[in-house]
Design a protein. Structure first.
Length: 322
């Protein structure tokens, strides 16, 4: 015989008090920021830039732990399985979105198990060419690609990467046929273009900027809606005739969705506050990251809209990571 359980006003009140008390006691121990990459990369740099200001604001030690492997899934799963108390959080970028959009078998559900806490940066990618290619704008590149369908190649840092998706979005938006050539990392892809093996490079600004400065690459556009402070003279895709074109890194902090909203809001507010500090902004900028803080509600909504958008692009392109 089934027994019915009734929630009385007293029980509901007790639950609310318990939740509030848990949020009030946060943090009660060191906070771990899980970086699902090896040290020294841009995601790791961002985590360490936040480490000291967050520790001061929260009154607890903040530890940065690198847990790389399996296309970030090892570190992400660790956070998904951690206690839902806010003491273990994840810092990630496009790979978080890519896994959700391109993989059918994940040890977690990106949209059900996680919530966005705060955006750190929204860094664009740059579309550049070898100086020998007779184009000086996106308009000229599109015209050349249409005149030579299937003949122009673009190099990126790997299949399923944000740069690869950027290339496919360019193909779909401009209705051109250019061929993807993946490499294992940003530097090898840039070297392939510098060496004349591929005429087009799609890369992070940090990867491309040394070669842009010495004129060994020619920049055509950045993929954000607004120009980047890192390459102020480079037009956007919108300025180049494609007003809806936008694809950026969306680096941010994520946490378990089961964590109390009060804790998520506290973490989000402190991260946004830390990103306003001159020393944090300058430290990130030197590493090619422009601070673009968003709080929990805005960042979470952005990620939930971005996953299906990227999924549509990759499905049309036939990209799968499995």
């Amino acid at each position: 015989m089934r027994r019915l359980t009734f929630v009385t006003p007293f029980t509901l009140s007790a639950l609310c008090v318990f939740s509030f008390a848990g949020a009030q006691s946060f943090p009660s121990k060191p906070v771990r920021i899980i970086v699902p990459f090896t040290p020294s990369g841009s995601v790791d740099v961002a985590a360490r830039a936040l480490q000291n200001p967050l520790s001061k604001a929260l009154g607890q030690s903040v530890l940065v732990e690198n847990r790389p492997g399996a296309s970030t899934m090892i570190g992400t799963e660790l956070v998904a399985r951690a206690p839902a108390d806010g003491h273990t959080i994840l810092i990630a970028g496009f790979t978080f979105i890519a896994n959700a959009a391109m993989r059918t078998k994940l040890p977690f559900d990106a949209q059900k198990d996680f919530v966005g806490v705060a955006r750190i940066g929204a860094d664009p990618y740059v579309i550049a060419v070898h100086p020998s290619l007779p184009v000086k704008s996106i308009k000229e590149l599109v015209a050349l690609a249409r005149a030579r369908p299937g003949q122009l190649t673009y190099a990126t840092n790997g299949p399923g990467s944000s740069q690869h998706v950027t290339g496919e979005l360019l193909k779909q938006t401009a209705k051109i046929d250019i061929v993807h050539v993946p490499y294992q990392g940003g530097s090898p892809s840039a070297m392939s273009v510098l060496g004349g093996h591929n005429p087009i490079l799609i890369a992070t600004i940090a990867t491309a900027i040394p070669h842009l400065n010495n004129k060994k690459l020619r920049d055509l556009a950045v993929t954000s809606q607004a120009r980047s402070a890192l390459v102020k003279d480079t037009p956007t895709m919108a300025e180049s005739g494609y007003p809806e074109f936008e694809l950026t890194g969306k680096l941010g902090v994520f946490a378990r969705s089961a964590i109390a909203p009060e804790i998520i809001n506290r973490l989000g507010a402190e991260i946004v506050r830390a990103l306003s500090l001159p020393e944090v902004k300058e430290g990130l900028f030197k590493q090619g990251i422009e601070a673009a803080p968003l709080g929990p509600a805005e960042f979470d909504a952005l990620i939930r809209a971005e996953i299906p958008r990227i999924k549509k692009i990759v499905q049309e392109a036939g990209i799968r990571l499995e």
